[in-house]
Design a protein around this ligand. Structure first.
Ligand code: ZN
Length: 109
């Protein structure tokens, strides 16, 4: 059970990293071709999805002679909402505005 939770967290992390990379790549202006020309004009939540993450932990109860007697598994369901953002980027050179979306598990602003 612990391994499954770990894999889920790795997938979520990769998801966050890839969306951050995407955001950085969009700083290049496609109209005038200048790099790092775009700045964030507006970021707003356009969709909110409420999902949950189940965290499990095992507790081994030991007897006096150090032999495990029983194993209890604790399951904690934690809310893990996802937010879909719409970002408007404006070019500081030619004024071109592009709109893109990304999903994050963090609530910005
Ligand atoms: Zn431009």
């Amino acid at each position: 059970m612990g391994a499954v939770a770990f894999i889920v967290f790795v997938i979520i992390d990769l998801f966050i990293i890839s969306s951050l990379v995407k955001k950085g790549a969009e700083k290049k202006c496609h109209k005038c071709g200048r790099r790092r020309a775009k700045y964030e004009l507006k970021t707003e939540v356009i969709e909110e999805e409420s999902t949950t993450v189940t965290k499990t932990s095992e507790n081994e109860v030991k007897s006096l002679n150090d032999k495990p007697v029983k194993t209890t598994i604790n399951e904690v369901v934690k809310p893990a909402p996802k937010y879909k953002y719409e970002v408007q980027m404006k070019c500081r050179y030619c004024g071109d505005i592009t709109t893109s979306t990304f999903v994050s598990s963090k609530k910005l602003h």
